[in-house]
Design a binder for this molecule. Structure first.
Ligand SMILES: [Mn+2]
Length: 319
């Protein structure tokens, strides 16, 4: 599956790994995992990972790189965990010499820039990197294994959202046998603080419900400032209202500083990706996000109606 990508990688002496905006564990883990695997197995190549990464793991796993524009102009870009150049956090991705991609998100538009591996059945991009490493027969080390384990763990919702459990557990076992430390990763992920508790308190006291089973919150930018949570960070906490009986879809609408709205949709049945895609967003069938032009009542109501419609259709199909 990765033969073509490996051939391209072998043609370049300098490689830069890009990840999506608002990096999560899978984005950071796939960037670091692949960077370290390339450094270990191709010691003559220069390999960098750019973007903000996941700061809390910099010490235990590895930090990101800061590099000049000039390096990017002379490098192969590898896009990880995002389906297009426009999704990448570091916009300098457009200046690279060539592009390849490894991703597991549903595609909104064709990736024409170069060869790619897209597997929407994969629980994470990190899973695909593990398969790449195994297929290529590359050596691994504990840094690689911790980074990839982190991505599989977080994107699978800690081993809940998995298509093929035996395969997933075999891959996780491979990472543990080669140095991944699940206990350390869990303990770093589990750390919380009082701000997070106050945020939860607000969420549980202020949620709303639609006519057909969307449970949701809208956060004005002012409210988010009060709660001391950024709009994108708030969006990552949408699962605080997950799986409430009678509410198969849950959603957060978070107003950005510029008045636009960062919305996150999740579901345990109906498809939310088509609704996000309808407004220029994307993601997975049951987990998707979109940036809306504003957070007016009309805009939110429109989205709620579309999500309600998805529930109605889903319920009919279930009968
Ligand atoms: Mn991912």
């Amino acid at each position: 599956m990765f033969e073509q990508l490996q051939k391209v990688i072998e043609q370049y002496d300098s490689i830069v790994l890009f990840g999506h905006a608002f990096p999560d564990g899978d984005c950071y883990g796939s960037q670091i995992g692949l960077r370290e695997a390339l450094r270990l197995n191709y010691p003559d190549k220069k390999v960098y990972a750019v973007g903000s990464g996941l700061r809390r793991f910099f010490r235990f796993i590895a930090p990101m790189d800061e590099i000049d524009d000039e390096i990017i102009k002379n490098s192969l870009a590898i896009l990880l965990d995002g389906n297009d150049l426009s999704r990448m956090e570091d916009e300098r991705v457009y200046h690279a010499k060539a592009w390849i991609k490894i991703d597991h998100h549903m595609e909104n538009f064709k990736f024409n820039e170069g060869p790619f591996v897209l597997d929407t059945d994969a629980n994470s991009t990190c899973q695909l990197i593990v398969e790449f490493i195994q297929e290529a027969g590359w050596k691994v080390n504990p840094t690689i294994c911790n980074a990839l384990y982190l991505g599989i763990l977080t994107d699978s919702g800690r081993f809940q959202f998995v298509e093929d459990f035996p395969k997933c557990f075999h891959e996780a076992a491979f990472l543990c046998e080669n140095g991944a430390k699940p206990n350390r990763i869990n303990s770093i992920l589990n750390v919380t603080n009082e701000l997070a508790m106050k945020f939860k308190g607000y969420v549980y006291n202020n949620y709303k419900k639609s006519n057909h089973g969307v449970i949701y919150l809208t956060f004005t930018y002012k409210k988010l400032c009060e709660l001391k949570v950024s709009p994108d960070k708030a969006g990552t906490m949408v699962n605080l209202i997950a799986n409430v009986v009678g509410n198969p879809i849950w959603a957060f609408f978070c107003e950005n500083k510029d008045g636009t709205c960062h919305a996150e949709f999740r579901s345990n049945g109906p498809g939310v990706q088509p609704v996000a895609a309808n407004h220029g967003g994307g993601g997975h069938y049951h987990a998707a996000g979109v940036t809306l032009p504003d957070m007016s009542d009309e805009t939110v109501q429109q989205l709620i109606e579309e999500l309600d419609e998805a529930i109605v259709i889903y319920r009919k199909e279930q009968k």
